[in-house]
Design a protein around this ligand. Structure first.
Ligand code: BGC
Length: 762
């Protein structure tokens, strides 16, 4: 206790000497923090500084006995010696308190730990996976979802999350697409901003906000052939125009930390990449927070063939701007020697430590290291009605109606005989998705439970087939059933003579996420067979898909009348799905990622380049950019999503056909609800820059709005564009707007319906 008091006393003195009048504005507060950081740094020995740059994974039941040998014992000793600045995967007030107590009471300076955790989609109350949330296009709801996760985790001792994941990806084979916002840099940037703000709030020192971490910097979503951790090789234009924008938006939102990535980028591992971390992030973008490595990524530079051993890996990483070492142990082992030998300038260590201390000060950890450990709040918040309501709201907004023919949906609430079939229909675990480390297993509301909340219809439920062979987990391969069809017959019998059959098929939550790349985008296992077998006896099928990536569901699209994309929607999954099926919530989600017809089309995305041979020159000629065995079109384009209402777009007007200099231009049109239900439509505005110094995509999303209309109601919608909407990273290696001709498109998906022309002059 003595040392902790000494440590705290020191900070109080610092506070007194540093407080410059009232902290009335941000600049004063910044200055005050800078002074405090400098004062603390001046007290630190080199090993203590290096300790701040060292992060360990949680290692033993902190509440249990003190570890005596092995890795855990070493970590424990390091904690007591002031050689650890952060822990991850430690959670719960009791555990966090114990750890924090060790560092504040037993180390010389008592510098508190920053406690990190992956809140990709919630803490204990699980929200929809991020790809699903992105499908809502509802930035307020997405921000709120992050805020709910932050508040719940913050009450449980956590003050830093490794989220949001903002990697743009065009490859559905990559399992981590479930963690991101999809394929589009504009939508991805808006969502990155909303999520960072949601986690961090307006006051980072408040006890319901935590530091965010934008990841993975950079290019991780472009791993070759969609295989996780694989090589990334992209050109300047893709890097700047597609991969960087969400990170720029996160920095705009004042994100406190950034995580680098496992991949190499154009021959240099991101972790040792000075261009990415120093030149771009810290110099060009003036990022003030700190960079944490990805798990063991400093060490992995040896496998990449970039460092010969751990010592060189540490040298390369710190020189390139990786401030904190997650679980490689190389900084704590080698950095002191590297500084002593002159291989690493101590100024770089100082810079890293200052960045880390700054975030700790901003979180208020120096004022009260235990502020995030509040047992009462922890009890009240976790699983609270308020949080359940928030994730239910988010889940409904995330659902995308892919197809609805013959008026099968919404279902009437009474008098129907419903068959409910499929391995995911009564699954209470899979909807929790992949990153739900703190959630209780089997804590989601299943579709069966959700439907039972509507007692007016008779439900016959049969699983039909098992999807997995063993209970899936976060760390092991999910074993898929490919042989056991024993439940088929019973399911087919149950499907006969029903008015409607709801089939709940897709991927298990642990089939997507880290390390879960797939070469097939089909329904896994025997589900396609089951679907076709049921279809033979009853064609009135509503297919409810649960999945973490776009799937190739061509057969279903051709044959099944109604398809609902329900992703992995989290704790309240079943209620959200039932409310959509019964029309108590009119779906408004739109796909944030293109659905291919066939995995061979991947990477497939709406903002592709035209190529030199975009169209067939004459019947049957082969010399154009196409496949010989399938067309180029996706099954469902980016931005696609239906409603129980129907929307008509018309009357496009451009306020100018020449946009000049700093001027503005309005693109207006009339949206009419020609359906029977009140509904919401996400209206989308795209541009095409016809000729530029580097080729531009055939369409680029530039704005969107959510418009609610009653049946028969019309509204004029206006998008305002200016030269910033036309800017891109040009052949001159800078962001600029080039003069020339443009097309503007408007519609309810990237397959837009209205089109106009204009030019831009400087
Ligand atoms: C992942 C990161 C994650 C980290 C800590 C890594 O394997 O790539 O996204 O934040 O583990 O859990």
């Amino acid at each position: 206790m003595k040392k902790y008091i000494l440590g705290l006393g020191l900070f109080f003195i610092l506070q007194l000497t540093c407080a410059q009048g009232t902290l009335s504005n941000e600049a004063a507060r910044n200055m005050e923090i800078t002074q405090k950081v400098d004062s603390v740094l001046s007290l630190m020995t080199l090993p203590e500084k290096i300790g701040q740059m060292n992060q360990y994974n949680g290692f033993w039941e902190v509440t249990g006995p003190t570890p005596k040998d092995g890795d855990a014992a070493r970590k424990y000793e390091h904690l007591k010696a002031g050689l650890v600045g952060s822990m991850l995967n430690v959670r719960g007030t009791e555990e966090v308190e114990k750890l924090q107590k060790i560092v504040v009471e037993e180390t010389r300076l008592g510098i508190p730990l920053i406690i990190g955790f992956d809140l990709m989609h919630g803490y204990k109350t699980i929200s929809p996976i991020p790809l699903a949330e992105a499908a809502s296009w509802d930035l307020d709801a997405i921000g709120n979802s992050a805020a709910v996760a932050a508040e719940e985790a913050a009450a449980s001792g956590i003050n830093w999350t490794f989220a949001p994941m903002i990697d743009i990806s065009r490859d559905a084979r990559w399992g981590r697409v479930m963690e991101g916002a999809g394929e589009d840099p504009y939508l991805g940037s808006k969502i990155a901003y909303a999520r960072v703000k949601g986690f961090q709030g307006d006051d980072l020192a408040a006890t319901n906000t935590i530091a965010a971490c934008a990841k993975h910097f950079a290019g991780y979503g472009f791993s070759e052939s969609g295989r996780d951790y694989n090589t990334v090789d992209v050109g300047t234009s893709t890097l700047y125009n597609t991969i960087f924008p969400p990170f720029m938006a996160a920095i705009d939102a004042d994100v406190k930390t950034i995580m680098n990535s496992f991949n190499e980028l154009n021959g240099i591992p991101a972790t040792g990449n000075g261009f990415l971390q120093r030149s771009v992030l810290k110099e060009e973008w003036k990022f003030k927070g700190f960079v944490v490595s990805d798990w063991g990524s400093i060490n992995e530079m040896i496998n990449h063939g970039y460092a010969k051993d751990g010592k060189q890996a540490a040298e390369l990483a710190v020189n390139a701007g990786s401030d904190m070492d997650m679980e490689s142990y190389h900084y704590v082992k080698y950095l002191e020697g590297l500084v002593d030998s002159g291989a690493v300038d101590e100024a770089l260590v100082n810079d890293a430590v200052k960045r880390i201390l700054r975030v700790k000060f901003e979180l208020g950890l120096f004022d009260d290291p235990f502020k995030y450990c509040d047992r009462e709040r922890e009890k009240q918040l976790i699983g609270s009605k308020k949080n359940m309501d928030a994730v239910l709201d988010m889940a409904k907004k995330s659902i995308v109606l892919l197809k609805n023919e013959g008026g099968l949906l919404p279902l009437q609430k009474s008098g129907l005989k419903i068959g409910l079939i499929g391995p995911l229909a009564d699954d209470k675990d899979s909807p929790l998705g992949s990153w739900r480390l703190a959630a209780d297993d089997n804590s989601a509301v299943s579709v069966l439970e959700g439907l039972k909340a509507y007692p007016g219809n008779a439900i016959t439920h049969k699983q039909g087939v098992a999807l997995t062979l063993e209970k899936p987990s976060f760390i092991l391969e999910t074993k898929i059933n490919t042989t056991d069809r024993s439940g088929f017959e019973e399911a087919v019998q149950a499907a006969r003579n029903q008015d409607v059959v709801i089939m709940v098929l897709g991927e298990h939550g642990f089939q997507t996420g880290e390390g879960r790349s797939r070469v097939s985008l089909d329904l896994p296992g025997l589900q396609q067979e089951l679907l076709e077998a049921v279809y033979k006896v009853n064609k009135n099928i509503v297919l409810v898909l649960m999945n973490g990536r776009p799937l190739a569901i061509n057969w279903a699209d051709t044959n099944v009348p109604a398809i609902v994309e329900a992703w992995h929607l989290g704790t309240q999954s079943g209620h959200a799905i039932a409310q959509v099926l019964y029309g108590d919530y009119n779906p408004s989600g739109k796909l944030p990622m293109t659905f291919p017809k066939n995995v061979g089309q991947v990477p497939i995305y709406y903002n592709f380049k035209n190529t030199g041979r975009p169209t067939i020159p004459a019947p049957d000629l082969v010399f154009w950019s196409h496949y010989t065995d399938m067309d180029n079109d996706p099954l469902y384009p980016f931005g696609h999503g239906l409603s129980y209402s129907k929307f008509k777009y018309g009357d496009l007007k451009l306020s100018e056909n020449r946009l000049i200099g700093e001027g503005k231009m309005e693109v207006s049109f009339t949206l009419t609800n020609i359906g029977k239900y009140e509904g919401k439509e996400v209206v989308q505005c795209y541009l095409r820059d016809l000729v530029a110094s580097v080729t531009r995509p055939v369409k680029e999303l530039k704005d969107f709005k959510m418009v609610s209309l009653k049946p028969g109601e019309s509204r004029e919608v206006i998008f305002t564009l200016d030269k910033s909407s036309l800017a891109f990273y040009s052949a001159n290696n800078k962001w600029e707007t080039e003069p020339g001709d443009f097309k503007v498109f408007v519609g309810g998906s990237s397959k837009t319906v209205l089109e106009g022309d204009f030019s831009y002059e400087r």
